[in-house]
Design a protein around this ligand. Structure first.
Ligand SMILES: [Zn+2]
Length: 141
């Protein structure tokens, strides 16, 4: 291999690495946006729930089913938020301890804080793409 070819190959792989880093940064930013959107969604559902609780107390003909639906929606959003956090951990190469909630490097088998066994392996990159795509669908609704 000539010196020139060597330089080209080195540059190519450096560019590929930079491209991957950019992808990850974009994914990370999208997830952070989704995280704050979901958090504010949860907050507004809680506000609605508060209003409903007030009206239920005040009026005789309140619809309890609507109240339950609202709670169900909040549970769904919590599940979604947990998934987003899981994907963010994956991008940071971290896992969250299911016992104490401490964040640690994903190569650790046990939590350095409480000693609990850490979850197996972080989510695959494709999963992150799925979440982002699913979000796109929602925006189009
Ligand atoms: Zn722990």
């Amino acid at each position: 291999m000539s010196f020139f070819e060597d330089v080209i190959n080195t540059t190519k792989s450096a560019a590929a690495t930079a491209g991957k880093k950019t992808d990850e940064a974009v994914r990370f930013t999208k997830l952070k946006i989704k995280e704050s959107q979901t958090t504010s969604d949860i907050k507004s559902h809680f506000e609605k729930l508060g209003e409903m609780a007030y009206e239920m107390k005040k009026s005789e003909n309140a619809d309890a089913a609507l109240f339950d639906a609202e709670i169900e929606e909040i549970d769904k959003l919590y599940a979604k938020l947990a998934e987003i956090n899981h994907l963010l951990d994956d991008l940071r190469q971290e896992v969250t301890c299911t016992v104490c909630g401490a964040k640690t490097k994903s190569e650790n088998a046990f939590c350095p804080k409480c000693g609990a066994k850490l979850p197996e392996k972080p989510a695959a990159a494709e999963e992150a793409a799925e979440v982002i795509n699913e979000n796109k669908d929602e925006e189009n609704k």
